[in-house]
Design a protein around this ligand. Structure first.
Ligand code: NAP
Ligand code: GDD
Length: 319
């Protein structure tokens, strides 16, 4: 009997890769989508005839209950969120409604429809914020530095609480930044790969960025969604850091991407104070020993390989 999974946020970067992994595993895959005047199915166009869709929104409790009743899942992957950190300062209340309280709405719907459903919560290294130790692991205290980070800390703890209060199988994956050619264009890796491709092809000459000193632990999204699936196959529900263990600055990202196509970044990159955040997360680097040891998870793509893959994909798309 094939298992059934429901993915919220299936139209996003991670949802698209996770759907591929679950289909490969023989799952019946359902995706929850928001109603929009223009569909945002670009990342899952190639999967459209293999996935079933149900409408729902994190703001609307009855739609979540209906989605669960319709799909009848064994596993729910809660990926939907307002996921862009700068927007969380301009829309802090909406970010809290989607990214924090939205998790409680989904958990309550699961508890009422079928508390045996296994649940994955898309937690974030942004919760570590102004880091208390380096590298960060599952026991590192949180100190979020944005309304997004605060909302994710809520989502993490409400998932832990539903596990501890009701015995529900809730896993919180504390994922560090993960990227791909399907990454949204506003996130820094994709902004850089897209900008480098445009400059290389003579479509523009300049790329304007914010803080070049911030450091991130960047991995490949297709690797990270495998960790989500592995968490829900474990004997007991738990929380896991997923990361490469290697950190690079935004400047190193820029050097690597421009250098790959034979350009000097100093000739093209400008900085704009308007892109500096009200509070910054200066350094993230994760210790994924628990995921390695207990789940057998490993990353397969390193930083240079990731940057080159993204630049190649944008060059091909724009050519
Ligand atoms: P993404 O590309 O921004 O996708 C977000 C998804 O959420 C989209 O499918 C979006 O639908 C959906 N969504 C937003 N608001 C919704 C609402 N009110 N109701 C229903 N659906 C809604 O994000 P991602 O990079 O795939 O990340 C997936 C999850 O992991 C997010 O929760 C993110 O915060 C978290 N996370 C990401 C990273 C990372 O580095 N990528 C790291 C740690 C944690 P539309 O297409 O309709 O907008
Ligand atoms: N977006 C962006 N645009 N970031 C820039 C820019 C720019 O022009 N210039 C410098 N940066 C810096 C930011 O200040 C930040 O320190 C770093 O690049 C990464 O920014 P993003 O790519 O926007 O990602 P993020 O780290 O804020 O958040 C992502 O990772 C989190 C996990 O730690 C998102 O995917 C979150 O949803 C995720 O939870």
């Amino acid at each position: 009997m094939p298992k059934t999974a429901l993915i919220t946020g299936i139209t996003g970067q991670d949802g698209s890769y996770l759907a591929e992994v679950l289909l490969e595993q023989g799952y019946d895959v359902w995706g929850m989508v928001r109603r929009a005047s223009t569909e945002s199915y670009e990342r899952i166009e190639h999967l459209r005839d293999r996935v079933r869709f149900v409408q729902g929104d994190l703001l609307d409790q009855p739609s979540l209950t209906s989605a669960l009743l319709q799909a009848g899942p064994d596993e729910v992957y809660g990926l939907a969120a307002q996921s862009f950190v700068p927007t969380s300062w301009s829309q802090p209340v909406l970010t809290a409604e989607f990214t924090a309280v939205g998790v409680t709405r989904l958990l309550e719907a699961i508890r009422q429809v079928n508390p045996a459903i296994r649940f994955y919560q898309a937690s974030s290294s942004e919760m570590f914020g102004k880091v208390r130790e380096t590298p960060q692991n599952e026991l590192t205290p949180f100190h979020p530095r944005s309304p997004y980070g605060v909302a994710k800390a809520y989502g993490h703890y409400i998932s832990v609480n539903y596990r501890e209060s009701y015995g529900m199988f809730c896993c919180s994956g504390i994922l560090f930044n993960h990227e791909s050619p399907r990454r949204g264009l506003e996130f820094v890796t994709r902004k850089v790969s897209d900008g480098v491709a445009r400059i290389k092809l003579g479509m523009t000459d300049t790329l304007t960025l914010g803080n070049l000193d911030a450091r991130r632990d960047w991995g490949y999204a297709a690797d990270y969604v495998r960790a989500m699936w592995l968490m829900l196959q474990a004997d007991t529900a738990d929380d896991y850091v997923v990361a490469t263990g290697v950190t690079h600055s935004v400047q190193e990202l820029v050097e690597t991407a421009f250098g790959y196509v034979g350009l000097d970044w100093r000739d093209h990159v400008r900085t704009d104070p308007a892109l500096i955040r009200p509070a910054e997360v200066d350094l993230l680097v994760g210790d994924a020993s628990k995921a390695h040891g207990e789940l057998g998870w490993e990353a397969t793509v390193d930083f240079t390989g990731l940057v080159q893959m993204m630049v190649d994909a944008d060059l091909e798309r724009l050519s």
